[in-house]
Design a protein around this ligand. Structure first.
Ligand code: TRP
Ligand code: ZN
Length: 882
């Protein structure tokens, strides 16, 4: 492990490299413990740079085994090599020159999963963000682009497959049981997009004909025997390729597109040019082993990585501060893809739930940072939900501000103007300004100001004047190192609804720009007057969640119920049901804490059950409505001094009341929403399963015994139903014989399937209550537990820390100390994984004092360790900062 140097990187310090890289030629002689890498790099000094400056290259834990300058040895006095850098003096001032570097690396010992490593017997690389420097000395930054030639030499029997980026040039025997392959990627790329895979894998093959009529070979490589489980991923890939042509006019640009699924991976997947590498969790699926959520994730991530080919690869980032340029935009593109493939409102609901449960807490806590940060200590820690999801929301707002046509014009201009560039956020925004003529200066604050804006709204109807007056105020909360904020440009979609739910169109609007259904809030406070309104309207505000804000707008139950019943924007209907639910859940938490009886507003229950039983609504929508705000959602809304036990108890009491009142509705949904015939993962079938399972969840709340959940478990013929019923058994009746039997049967049946075993661990880690820590400890002793596999660690420790509020936050603080000890251990092997698991404690300051004190002590224990990675040191110090 490279220990922390305390060095901070600033955007303000950006300057281009002194040397331009013209070509990269790599030769790998693969060996599990001693891989030889020869890199031939052709440089030329950038015009106008000081001719005496040395060439400085990045390294990370490297050993220099050979160095030539223009094919000749150079004296030791001419260069300095450390594990972190290689500096060569007296390189030519005005002609191109060639540097040949040999390094010997040990893939087997690479437990960080950055650079070249081994997983499941194959060789694989991960270079984003700074992994390439663990392979060879290199100008390892995204604004250094070059075409790559890659030669791979390896034992033929163990590695029949030798893959890298670009197009296949050829291969042949190499003697001594070895063979070699050569690849050439003509598209200049930064080092973070380099990839190499070698080993023995099975392939699923297909072809795609692009819009200009070129045939592209498609290959998905998986472990032998798992080929049938890659069929859905292949289907998703072809749909993604087609969609990018239709929606964005983007065509694929090589002869071959490959995906490799690996079982040890730090993140979801990686968009290496022409050779995507995936966490196998996001490739492999069949009805017996994958849930509907798994299928949806596979579709979205396959699309995401494919879309990076244009937004990320053809146009890349100038520096890592611009990460949202590729990630925010590409998430926006994959969201739009999924919306087109599935149900747009249901997709939007899922996105907003995710944004609020992940990004809003990040933005409200010690790790808050702008979508486009200006400094970092460890770039790996900036692959955040703020950069990704809020970055996507910012792109969505540009589309909202400009409208469909001008947004498309701006995107086309971006592709045309910046193809082949390493670009910036400013370049991107400029394209939309030029395409539309609109000034996006104030809007750009969304990239630069952290924190979720709070908008406070109030409405007043004047029957005599026939006007509706909407007063709006905005406030952006202080965040680390940003104490005062400027007012933002906030695009609020809205509708005024009449008594019957129809939309009332005002004769005119003064006080704010209003185009289409978008009201532009640009001042700190603003009053918009809608004229020609003949009766008191019901305001539906922030339709389709047009802007990622917290909204304070106290709206009566009747108004919310009207929106829930009549809005044509189904997202807004869901939001209204959510707004009806939240005050009940928050009050229930307060009451439970004070030992008072919990009660629930019947108007809310009525509106919820009406939606649940409304056959004109999509089942998936109804399932989302029944899936009430989570315990973490309630904690977030309460804001401070939180007691997770009280939140849990209050929420359970409310759920119980709804179950009682809705028994008939739920019974008929459970019977009526069966899917018949062969399994299909399509969105409509998934929606029926989701609604049926939501109904089952309520029905089991009426049970004292596990019988009903057990029946569902025994009858399940797909993983969605099976894992749902298992979770009901484990979470409701953790100590029953039925649960023990179900867990054993599940384990027995799927012991050979790592992705399903992950579910077995995750479900148990999610069991509410203080005892779960002991359960987790015991599970760590299971022969199925595997400390070196990130998916397994996330499924047990991650599910416990992120997904089990009462278990993890048990009052004696033992959960925090358990996590702290684990973090210190994991950090020795895989700092990225350790740092990410640690972010589960980012909201520790909003806990009640007793728990917060325990959390504080656990964090101080981590910070006090003498050997910490930069990754963990960066996170823990930001979390502790006053
Ligand atoms: N660029 C990847 C994506 O599409 C993210 C990623 C994959 C990554 N592996 C990584 C980032 C390892 C940092 C480290 O979202
Ligand atoms: Zn991405």
């Amino acid at each position: 492990m490279r220990t922390d140097t305390g060095q901070i990187v600033y955007l303000a310090d950006y300057r281009p490299t002194d040397f331009v890289l013209e070509r990269v030629d790599l030769t790998f002689e693969l060996d599990p413990t001693e891989t030889k890498v020869e890199a031939r790099l052709i440089f030329r000094r950038r015009e106008g740079t000081d001719p005496t400056l040395p060439l400085v290259l990045d390294g990370d834990e490297l050993n220099l085994a050979g160095l030539l300058l223009d094919q000749a040895e150079i004296p030791a006095s001419q260069y300095t090599a450390t594990p972190e850098s290689l500096t060569i003096a007296n390189v030519p001032a005005s002609v191109p020159f060639e540097v040949t570097i040999t390094t010997i690396i040990n893939p087997e010992a690479n437990t960080q999963l950055m650079g070249l490593y081994r997983t499941g017997g194959i060789y694989c690389t991960q270079c984003e963000a700074e992994g390439f420097r663990r392979i060879t000395y290199f100008p390892d930054r995204p604004d250094v682009l070059a075409p790559y030639t890659v030669n791979i030499i390896a034992d033929k029997a163990a590695n029949p497959l030798l893959l890298s980026n670009g197009n296949f040039l050829g291969g042949a025997g190499y003697g001594e049981g070895k063979h070699f392959a050569a690849w050439f990627d003509p598209h200049p790329k930064p080092s973070y997009l380099f990839a190499l895979v070698a080993g023995d894998l099975g392939a699923v093959e297909d072809t795609f004909t692009t819009m200009s009529g070129r045939d592209v070979a498609l290959k998905i490589y998986v472990e032998h025997g798992k080929e049938p489980r890659a069929a859905y991923a292949m289907d998703a890939l072809k749909r993604s390729m087609k969609w990018d042509e239709e929606a964005f006019g983007r065509e694929y640009d090589l002869d071959i597109f490959m995906i490799v699924a690996v079982s040890d991976f730090n993140m979801g997947a990686m968009e290496n040019k022409g050779l995507n590498v995936f966490n196998d969790k996001y490739v492999l699926a069949d009805p017996e082993t994958a849930t509907d959520a798994d299928y949806a994730n596979i579709e979205a991530i396959i699309a995401h990585e494919y879309f990076h080919n244009w937004t990320g690869n053809r146009i890349t980032c100038r520096d890592w501060f611009q990460l949202c340029l590729k990630e925010g935009l590409t998430v926006y593109r994959d969201h739009e893809f999924s919306a087109d493939q599935r149900s747009r409102p249901v997709k939007r609901i899922a996105e907003v739930r995710h944004l609020k449960s992940e990004q809003f807490p990040e933005d409200a806590g010690p790790l808050a940072h702008p979508v486009r940060p200006t400094k970092y200590r460890e770039i790996n820690n900036f692959y955040t939900t703020t950069v990704y999801e809020k970055g996507s929301e910012v792109t969505r707002m540009i589309a909202t501000l400009l409208g469909r046509e001008l947004f498309k014009k701006g995107m086309d201009l971006y592709f045309e103007r910046h193809d082949g560039d390493a670009a910036t956020v400013e370049d991107f925004v400029k394209c939309f300004e030029d395409a539309s003529g609109r000034d996006l200066g104030q809007f750009s604050l969304w990239y630069h100001q952290a924190g979720t804006p709070l908008v406070t709204a109030s409405g007043a109807y004047d029957a005599t004047a026939q006007t509706f007056t909407l007063s709006l105020e905005q406030m952006v909360p202080a965040t680390p190192e940003q104490s005062s904020k400027e007012p933002m440009h906030i695009p609020l979609r809205l509708a005024l609804l009449a008594e019957d739910g129809s939309i009332v169109t005002p004769q005119s609007v003064t006080g704010a720009e209003f185009t289409g259904d978008v009201l532009h809030l640009t001042d700190r406070s603003q009053t918009a007057v809608f004229d020609g309104i003949s009766s008191r309207p019901v305001l539906s505000l922030n339709r389709s969640f047009s802007t990622p804000i917290n909204l304070h707008f106290s709206q009566g139950t009747a108004d919310l119920a009207l929106i829930a019943r009549h809005e044509t924007d189904h997202f807004a209907r869901w939001q209204a049901l959510n707004d009806l639910a939240l005050p009940n859940l928050m009050q229930a938490a307060r009451d439970a804490r004070e030992g008072k009886a919990v009660s629930c507003d019947p108007a809310f229950v009525g509106a919820l059950l009406a939606a649940a039983g409304d056959e004109s609504l999509e089942p998936a929508f109804r399932a989302q409505a029944l899936n009430l705000p989570s315990e973490s959602d309630i904690a977030r809304e309460l804001g401070s001094n939180n007691d997770p036990d009280a939140i849990h108890a209050g929420r359970q009491a409310i759920l119980g009341e709804i179950a009682l009142a809705g028994k008939d509705v739920f019974t008929s949904l459970y019977d009526g929403m069966r899917t018949s015939g062969t399994f299909s993962p399509d969105a409509a079938s998934a929606g029926r399963r989701a609604l049926r399972n939501a109904a089952l969840t309520f029905l089991t709340l009426l049970d004292n015994a596990p019988a009903r959940a057990k029946v569902a478990f025994d009858a399940a013929d797909n993983m969605t139903d099976l894992s749902h019923s298992l979770a009901l058994l484990v979470h409701r009746h953790p100590d029953s014989a039925e649960t023990a039997a179900a867990l054993a049967a599940f384990r027995e049946r799927f012991a050979e399937n790592a992705l399903v075993v992950d579910k077995w661990f995750a479900i148990q880690a999610g069991t509410p209550g203080a005892d779960t820590l002991e359960r987790v400890r015991k599970l760590m002793g299971s022969p199925l537990f595997n400390r070196t596999n990130p998916n397994r660690m996330r499924s047990l420790i991650g599910s416990f820390a992120f997904g089990n509020p009462t278990g993890f936050n048990r009052a004696d603080g033992a959960g925090y100390h358990f996590l702290a000890d684990e973090i210190l251990d994991i950090d020795q092997r895989n700092p990225q994984l350790a740092a990410r698991l640690l972010t589960s404690m980012r909201s520790w300051r909003s806990l009640e004092k007793g728990r917060a004190d325990h959390a504080h002590a656990a964090l101080r224990k981590i910070a006090g360790a003498d050997k910490l990675s930069t990754d963990v040191r960066d996170i823990v110090e930001r979390m502790l900062k006053e």
